[in-house]
Write a protein that binds this ligand. Structure first.
Ligand code: GLN
Length: 179
């Protein structure tokens, strides 16, 4: 099993480290040829409009639209996984970009999961998942808002698990990749 981390912007090395710590073989992905060799792909955060431009300019947008393997999207990556006019639309969910506004650009807060200890959430100009449908299931909550969801084999998180030492969510996505 080999997973890729889209290396166009965001916390690429942190995602690589988290996945490797879970036992996965990890490669940075910048080209369609590299993408084609992967069993799953992480799309890190950054800025979704920029990320979309970089994907288009790098010739990765079309290959990704046709790609059927598992994706983990964090923050801006989650925005591109959801529904919208210019997204990959892989998951039946809608997000509100920059949902916390300028007053609360970045913060750390406990995220409730369905079971177990709360997850240490790091939110950076984070979106919120405002609607889920069909087979898209919420898995993480902060202050009554949905901040994580799965639609197997995809997972969307509005916060940054790669910036913590908690590997539970990377592990959970890798289990979907290996299925
Ligand atoms: N607010 C950004 C956007 O709209 C996402 C922020 C992030 O990825 N940390 O794309």
């Amino acid at each position: 099993m080999k997973v890729g981390v889209l290396a166009l912007q965001g916390a690429v090395s942190e995602h690589c480290r988290a996945l490797a710590a879970c036992g996965a073989r990890v490669k940075e992905v910048r080209t369609p040829a590299e993408l084609a060799k992967m069993d799953g792909l992480v799309m890190p955060g950054g800025e979704s409009t920029t990320l979309r431009h970089l994907l288009r300019n790098g010739g990765l947008w079309e290959p990704l639209l046709a790609w059927e393997k598992p994706i983990l999207g964090t923050c801006a990556g989650a925005i591109l996984l959801g529904r919208g006019s210019e997204t990959l639309g892989r998951m039946a969910m809608e997000l509100d970009r920059n949902a916390y506004g300028r007053q609360q650009e970045s913060f750390e807060a406990d995220v409730a999961l369905e079971a177990g200890e709360p997850f240490p959430g790091i939110f950076i100009r984070a979106p919120v998942i405002v609607f889920t449908d069909d087979n898209c299931t919420p898995i993480a909550w902060h202050n009554g808002n949905i901040v994580g969801a799965v639609q197997p084999p995809h997972m969307a998180l509005t916060f940054h698990p790669e910036l913590t030492g908690d590997r539970r969510l990377h592990q959970r996505w890798l289990e979907m990749v290996s299925r």
